[in-house]
Design a protein around this ligand. Sequence first.
Ligand code: NAP
Ligand code: GLV
Length: 321
Amino acid sequence: MKPKIYITRKLPDAIIAQLSEVCEVSMWENEEEPVPREVLEKEMQQVNGLFCLLTDNIDKSLISQSSQLKIISNMAVGYNNIDIEAATEKGIMVTNTPGVLTETTADLTFALLMATARRLIEASDYLHEGKWETWSPMQLTGQDIYGATLGIIGLGRIGEALAKRAKGFDMNVLYYNRSRKFVAEEQLGIHYVDKETLLKESDFVCVLVPFTPETKNTIDQNELALMKPSSVLINTARGGVVNEDALYKALINNEIWAAGLDVFEVEPVPSDHPLLKLPNVVALPHIGSAGINTRIKMASLAASNLIEGILGRIPKHLVNS
Ligand code: NAP
Ligand code: GLV
């Protein structure tokens, strides 16, 4: 008898086929809506493997209901949606999908930086709304990117890939990270500074740390107060890494110039959220890794992780070894 697995969202046929070779697969067939909690609770009681997304809150209470679960495979590099301690206590493996999304997420981060700095959404709306009557010297002017200083908080895989893009724009790149990255400093010509110096000196600040108890509110009132009034904050990490109330206040008080956000404390962000009302906020619906090929690679990697775990082997991308 094949081991049973549950997939929390409709996946491409090729991925189902990959999983079906080894497992008996059942799946939440809806592409657009997350699996209801009660369905997930029932499935957790009977499956050996769970394939889940970052939208699924795999908390302690859910994990405690599982009796034969061996592995939780998350189709994301971030895994703050899973209670790792609870899973580890029950001997359940947890895996993620690092690497395959690095370049695509760095692309989106740089695209968001450019869109925010050069007011692309505002300018496009201006044109579409019939407001463009003439060219004028200071019309829709934004912040220059070429040659500016970029500060990266969290120089991991995506942070390094972002630094490479920034060097192509002749940017001066500063970074702050839990550990120093001497090789990256040497290879990319980037500079390690403390967080305070980074915030004071950067024209653009990008946060790329995982969401953990230590990184919650990495950017809060005090950090925003250190930033230049002309600076731009970009968050493509997780919502909780930036305190949204503090960010709103900093934006309306002109403490910083603009923000580009791909992630929010609550997702989907409510459409009446105050930050969405500000013209100097560019907001995206968590599309950092949303390249077609990248998403297929992420799904396939999550499937491989799950198969490894189900077969009793140690998956390559185990996060709770
Ligand atoms: P990664 O390679 O693990 O990089 C994370 C970096 O953050 C590491 O260099 C780590 O330092 C550093 N870090 C961790 N805790 C820290 C702390 N308390 N203070 C300072 N630095 C700290 O991860 P990645 O693949 O680059 O991904 C980073 C995050 O991006 C993910 O966790 C996810 O939340 C987010 N993400 C978002 C999207 C999107 O769609 N918007 C897509 C992909 C990823 P060490 O080197 O010392 O460990
Ligand atoms: C996306 O946000 C991821 O963590 O992969």
